[in-house]
Write a protein of this length. Structure first.
Length: 187
C-alpha cells in the first residue's frame, strides 16, 4: 500500500506504477492484443494484478483512464483566438489532429471496444464538455451569439470521434465544416 506522503510526491512510486500500467496498456492495444486483461496488463507492467484490481473496477475503466490520459491533456483549455469561429476552428482542428494520430486512435477504439454497457459518465466527454463551455462563455462575454454546449458536442466533437472510431478520414477541412455547420445553428 502506498502511504499518503508517497502518493502526493510527484514522480513517486505511484506515478511510476501508473506510467508502467498506462505504457503496458498502450503497448498491448498497439499490438492489437485480442484479450486485454488485468493479469496480462500487470505482467507487462511488472506489477502485481492486485494493484490494478484495487484502482480500477474492471478493464474497461482502466482503458478509459488510459484514453483520457492519451486523448486529453489535464488542465488544457480551449484556444482563445478572440472570436467564437476562431476558437471553435482551432479547437476542432487540434482535436482532429490529436485523436487521428495512430496511437491515439488505437486507444480510442480500445476504450469503445471495452464497453459492453451504457455508461453514466465518460471522462473524455467531460473534459470536452468543460472546454466547450469555456468557448461558449467567452463568446457570451464578447457578445457573440453562440451555439449551446450540447450543440458543439453533438455537431463538432462527436463527429470527429465517430470518424476516428470507424477509421474514416478526419482532416482540418472536415473540422472546419463541422464548425461552420454548428455556427449556422446559433444565428
Amino acid at each position: 500500500m502506498v502511504d499518503a506522503a508517497e502518493s502526493r510526491r510527484p514522480g513517486g512510486r505511484s506515478t511510476r506504477v501508473l506510467n508502467a500500467v498506462y505504457t503496458a496498456v498502450g503497448e498491448l492495444v498497439g499490438e492489437g492484443a485480442e484479450r486485454v486483461s488485468f493479469p496480462v496488463i500487470a505482467e507487462r507492467a511488472g506489477v502485481n494484478p492486485t494493484t490494478l484490481y484495487r484502482r480500477w473496477p474492471d478493464v474497461g475503466s482502466l482503458l478509459e483512464d488510459v484514453a483520457v490520459a492519451a486523448l486529453t491533456r489535464e488542465g488544457e483549455s480551449a484556444p482563445d483566438t478572440g472570436s467564437l469561429r476562431g476558437d471553435l476552428t482551432s479547437w476542432a482542428e487540434t482535436i482532429s489532429r490529436d485523436i487521428s494520430r495512430p496511437e491515439r486512435a488505437r486507444y480510442l477504439r480500445a476504450m469503445v471496444a471495452a464497453r459492453v454497457h451504457l455508461v453514466a459518465a465518460c471522462p473524455v466527454n467531460d473534459v470536452r464538455r468543460e472546454q466547450a463551455a469555456e468557448v461558449v462563455q467567452r463568446a457570451s462575454t464578447r457578445g457573440e451569439p453562440a451555439p449551446t454546449v450540447e450543440q458543439i458536442l453533438d455537431h463538432v466533437v462527436a463527429p470527429l470521434y465517430h470518424r476516428v472510431v470507424f477509421a474514416l478520414e478526419v482532416d482540418d477541412a472536415f473540422a472546419r465544416r463541422l464548425v461552420a455547420d454548428v455556427l449556422a445553428m446559433s444565428g
